[in-house]
Design a protein around this ligand. Structure first.
Ligand code: SF4
Length: 241
């Protein structure tokens, strides 16, 4: 049973709306279960125990068969969560790579796994102060080490306020070799998943994006990349897009 993967949902292909591979078609495998409880988590249905009965424990072949059914041909597979680093995903990557699939992971960087070394893209999304979580810098460093040379690595930090911005600068100062992507946070009431809020505050998101971009320019932080949450702007808070 230990090699079974806790799956919240598998969907796509959709266009990746965030990070270094923004705009790329991808199939998402969202795993169930997380070691964090961020105040503004946008996927509580993949985190909180009350949703556990919606998660399915699947074998590697079952997950890959569903990815292949959805994509029909090789595509980028994004492993998300929850925290996908809690799951035994090495076999799925090996299986997919045999057939030309590529793999990206998004994780907060609290658990390092050997299989990070087989990824094409590792997005480490350490959580800023507004999340209510604290970063273990040693564990974050271990995640980078586990990914090794072959895997492309970035940081993505969600920014809600000045404290989050200062935190992102600290991450960049500690790990200057890793590209930093900043992303404006999507406000929603605490404990409520964004998809349960009918419409995002698009003008508010754009306003915060422009203020963040101006701040980065004013600071001369020329190594940073500032991105909106593309899928929220285009499709709103719908799940599965
Ligand atoms: S780490 Fe990600 S999935 Fe886990 S609680 Fe925080 S935002 Fe949600």
């Amino acid at each position: 049973m230990r090699d079974r993967i806790s799956v919240s949902e598998i969907y796509g292909p959709v266009v990746q709306g965030e990070g270094a591979v923004i705009g790329r078609p991808t199939v998402f495998v969202r795993t169930g279960g997380c070691d964090y409880r961020c105040d503004w988590c946008d996927s509580p249905y993949a985190v909180l125990p009350r949703y556990r009965d919606t998660w399915v424990r699947m074998g590697t072949e079952e997950v890959f068969a569903e990815v292949r059914r959805l994509s029909e041909k090789p595509i980028l597979v994004t492993l998300s969560g929850g925290n996908p680093a809690l799951q035994p995903l090495g076999g799925l990557m090996e299986r997919g790579r045999e057939e030309g699939y590529t793999f990206a992971v998004e994780t907060q960087g609290s658990v390092a796994k050997d299989w990070f070394g087989g990824l094409d893209n590792l997005t480490l999304s350490p959580k800023p102060p507004s999340s209510g979580m604290e970063t273990d810098w040693v564990k974050l460093g271990r995640c980078l080490e586990a990914a090794g040379e072959r895997t492309s690595k970035i940081f993505k930090v969600v920014i809600f306020d000045d404290g989050d911005y200062a935190y992102a600068r600290e991450v960049a100062a500690r790990f200057p070799e890793v590209p930093m992507y900043l992303q404006v946070g999507n406000d929603h009431p605490p404990g409520v998943a964004p998809h349960e809020v009918p419409e995002p505050d698009v003008s508010g998101l754009l306003d915060r994006y422009s203020r963040l971009a101006e701040k980065v320019i004013a600071d001369g932080w020329n190594e940073a990349t500032v991105l909106p949450q593309l899928h929220v702007l285009v499709w709103g808070n719908k799940r599965g897009v």
